[in-house]
Design a protein around this ligand. Structure first.
Ligand SMILES: CC(C)(COP(=O)(O)OP(=O)(O)OC[C@H]1O[C@@H](n2cnc3c(N)ncnc32)[C@H](O)[C@@H]1OP(=O)(O)O)[C@@H](O)C(=O)NCCC(=O)NCCS
Length: 380
C-alpha cells in the first residue's frame, strides 16, 4: 500500500515529533517548560535552574543546583586555542563567529568522540557554560577591550555581563538578563531546534547538532529579528516624535514589508515572553532615566495592533532591553544562542534517547518524468 503523503507549506501545523520539554498553546498564549508555566519560571527561577529542568525534566534540589553552579564555573573559561581563533577571524556577522567558534569548541571537548548519553549530557553542560563566555568575549574584543576571565563566584547572567563589560553588573541588570535567558531557553520545535534535532537524528555528535542550530538561528525570520528591531528603532531615531514613528510603520505596512518583532507561526495572542520583556524594557529605561526606546517600542506596538492586530513577539522588547543594558546590536542574536543552547542540547539529548532518522518527502514539481537525455554535442 502506498504511503499517504500530505504537504504543508513551511510544515505549518505538522507534528514532527513528540517531546516532554516544551508545552505551547498558541491560541491561549501558554508556554511551559516541562509543565512549569513560563510566567512562574520568569518570576521565580534562575537560568541555571531552567537548564537543569530542561536536561533532567525536573527542578534541581539545592545540592544539585550547587553542583551545576560548580560545573558551569569550571567550564566557563574558554580554551586558549578558541580565543586565538576568535582573535584571528576577520570582521563580519557575529553569528558567523559564533558558528565557527562553537564548532571549534568541539575539538577541545574532553569527551570528543564519546557519544554515550552521559558524555552528551556533560557536553551539554560544558557548551552551555562556554557559549556565554564566548559571546561576551566576542563583544568585548570587538569593542577593543581585553579578555576578562569569568568569575566563579558569579552566576551565569552576571558572568556574561561581567566578561562583556569588565564591571560587576547591578542587581537589576543581572535579573533582567537572567530573565531574558530564561524566556529564550526553549520554544518547542522552532526552526533552529528542529534543525538541531534533524542533525542529531543522524546520530552525529552533539556539537555538530548545535552548530546546525546556531546556523539556523542566524536568519532574520528567526533569531536575527531582535537585531532587526533595534535597527528599525535606530533608523526612526531617538528624537523622533510619535508622528514619525507612526508614519514609518504605516509606510512599511503599505509597502508590504514585515515589521520585525511582530507575528508568530504559533501564537495567535500575545507571545507570553513579550509580557516580561516589555516590563524589563520599561524598568531598565526608568533606571537609566531614558525611557525613549521603551516609549518608541510601545508606540510601534500600538500602531501594529491598530493597523494589523498582529501582536509583538519575543524579539520586539528584547531589542530595547538589550540596548538599555548597553549591549551592542551585533550581539543581540548571539545572546539568543547563549540562552537557546539549553533548549537545543535538551532536545538533542531527547532525540538521542529515542531516535529515528528524520527524513520527510518532497512534493515533486520539476520537469515531467521521464526526460530524454541528449548527449552533450546534441544539446541546443
Ligand atoms: C514570524 C513570522 C516569520 C511568521 O511567519 P508565518 O507564520 O509564515 O506567517 P506569514 O509570514 O505568512 O504571515 C501571515 C500574514 O501576516 C502578515 N505578517 C506576519 N508578520 C508580520 C509582520 N511582522 N509585519 C507585518 N505583517 C506581518 C503577513 O504579511 C501575512 O499577511 P497576508 O496574509 O496578508 O500575506 C512572521 O510573522 C515574520 O516574518 N515576522 C517578522 C520577523 C520576526 O519577528 N521573527 C521572529 C519570530 S519569533
Amino acid at each position: 500500500m502506498a504511503t499517504q503523503m500530505t504537504t504543508a507549506a513551511g510544515l505549518e501545523g505538522v507534528v514532527a515529533t513528540s517531546s516532554k520539554l516544551c508545552y505551547l498553546d498558541g491560541e491561549r498564549g501558554v508556554l511551559a517548560y516541562c509543565g512549569y508555566d513560563i510566567h512562574v519560571l520568569a518570576r521565580e527561577a534562575t537560568f541555571e535552574e531552567v537548564c537543569y529542568l530542561l536536561w533532567h525534566l525536573r527542578l534541581p534540589t539545592r545540592a544539585e543546583l550547587g553542583d551545576l553552579h560548580t560545573e558551569f564555573a569550571r567550564a566557563r573559561p574558554l580554551p586558549d586555542g578558541v580565543v586565538r581563533l576568535m582573535r584571528s577571524l576577520p570582521d563580519g556577522h557575529a553569528m558567523d563567529a559564533v558558528r565557527t567558534l562553537v564548532s571549534a569548541l568541539a575539538h577541545y571537548d574532553p569527551d570528543a568522540g564519546d557519544d554515550s548519553p552521559a558524555a552528551a549530557l556533560r557536553k551539554s553542560v560544558r557548551l552551555t557554560a562556554q557559549i556565554g563566555t564566548l559571546v561576551a568575549t566576542l563583544g568585548r574584543l570587538s569593542a577593543g577591550g581585553g579578555v576578562i576571565e569569568p568569575d566563579p563566584v558569579l552566576g551565569h547572567a552576571a558572568n556574561f555581563l561581567y566578561v562583556l563589560t569588565g564591571e560587576r553588573p547591578s542587581a537589576l541588570a543581572t535579573r533582567a538578563f537572567d530573565v531574558a535567558l530564561t524566556l529564550h531557553a526553549d520554544h518547542e520545535l522552532n526552526a533552529s531546534t528542529f534543525a538541531a534535532r534533524v542533525a542529531a537524528a543522524t546520530l552525529t555528535d552533539l556539537h555538530s547538532a548545535i552548530v546546525a542550530g546556531v546556523a539556523t538561528l542566524k536568519g532574520p525570520l528567526h533569531g536575527g529579528a531582535n537585531a532587526e528591531v533595534m535597527k528599525l528603532l535606530l533608523a526612526i531615531g531617538e528624537d523622533a516624535d510619535d508622528d514619525r514613528v507612526d508614519a514609518t510603520i504605516r509606510k512599511m505596512l503599505a509597502a508590504k514589508k514585515k515589521v520585525p518583532g511582530f507575528g508568530h507561526r504559533v501564537y495567535r495572542t500575545e507571545d507570553p515572553r513579550a509580557t516580561h520583556l516589555r516590563q524589563m524594557s520599561r524598568d531598565l529605561g526608568e533606571q537609566a532615566h531614558n525611557r525613549r526606546w521603551f516609549d518608541m517600542s510601545q508606540r510601534i506596538e500600538t500602531v501594529m495592533l491598530d493597523e494589523t492586530g498582529i501582536p509583538a513577539n519575543v524579539d520586539f522588547y528584547s531589542a530595547s532591553t538589550y540596548h538599555t543594558l548597553g549591549i551592542a546590536l551585533d550581539l543581540f542574536t548571539p545572546i539568543f544562542a547563549v540562552s537557546r543552547v539549553a533548549g537545543w542540547t535538551a532536545h538533542v539529548l531527547e532525540q538521542y534517547a529515542n531516535n529515528r532518522l528524520i527524513r520527510p518527502r518532497a512534493d515533486y514539481t520539476g520537469p515531467q518524468y521521464p526526460q530524454t537525455f541528449l548527449p552533450l554535442d546534441r544539446r541546443p
